[in-house]
Ligand binder design. Structure first.
Ligand code: PGA
Length: 246
């Protein structure tokens, strides 16, 4: 039996007041739940959140593909680890499309993040054009193959996030999502055999209180990566509860 995960990706939203609201609510939810909950606020709040609320799992939204040096504005996985961060998102579609991240730079980010003992959440997913052209499987498999080229695969979490479902209110149906999750699971099985059954594969893309339960009930959907609905404690807790109920 795999654990369920719900991960909040606040993107460039939220402030320290939101951290202060979430921490006690998640602490009390977690007292009677075995869902693993991670919150990824904007980078400047992560260090204080870890210090003030060590009982909550806090993650970063990004770690550099560089270790150290003349890379203005970058934050390395090592530095995140030094301030007590244990989780990091890698390869989010917004990073790929708006900030020109490639599978190669993603592979390098993952390598350094794992060296720094961070748990990596690798995001993969096809665009609408790619889906309509029947290229979903091909795109997802090449993101896995190239993104995880230097990784310790059994230690990653994978988030399948169809780009057309992110922030659009258009969710993949549970069947559509499960189909891709099963593909990811079989790719994992090819690479790491039995250990594939222990890797969490999360769904992301307009997850909310109304659709979480059905999505999370699918055989290979082990929880969610949540954007918009992770900015309000009530909707986020409802999603965590849906994970708990599955
Ligand atoms: P969304 O974002 O829940 O707002 O669609 C998900 C994500 O980008 O991880």
């Amino acid at each position: 039996m795999r654990n369920k995960w719900v991960i909040a990706n606040w993107k460039l939203n939220g402030d320290y007041e939101l951290v202060k609201t979430f921490a006690p609510a998640l602490k009390s939810f977690s007292a009677d739940s075995n869902v693993s909950i991670v919150v990824c606020p904007p980078a400047v709040f992560v260090q204080s959140a870890v210090r003030d609320y060590p009982e909550i799992k806090w993650g970063a939204q990004l770690a550099s593909a560089y270790q150290a040096g003349a890379y203005t504005g970058e934050i390395s996985a090592d530095l995140l680890s030094q301030v007590g961060v244990h989780y990091v998102l890698v390869g989010h579609s917004e990073r790929r499309s708006l900030f020109q991240e490639t599978n190669e730079s993603i592979a390098q980010q993952i390598k350094l993040a794992q060296q720094a003992q961070l748990k990596v959440v690798l995001c993969v997913g096809e665009s609408e054009t790619e889906r309509l052209a029947g290229k979903t499987n091909q795109v997802v498999l090449s993101q896995l193959e190239q993104g995880l080229a230097k990784a310790n695969i059994e230690d990653v979490i994978i988030a399948y996030e169809p780009v057309w479902a992110i922030g659009t209110g258009k969710t993949a149906t549970p069947e559509q999502a499960q189909e891709v999750h099963a593909l990811i699971r079989s790719w994992l099985t090819e690479k790491i055999a039995d250990k594939a059954s222990q890797v969490a594969i999360l769904y992301g893309g307009s997850v909310g209180p109304a659709n979480a339960k059905e999505l999370f009930s699918q055989a290979d959907i082990d929880g969610g990566l949540v954007g918009g609905a992770s900015l309000k404690i009530d909707s986020f807790l409802a999603i965590c509860q849906a994970a708990q109920d599955n």
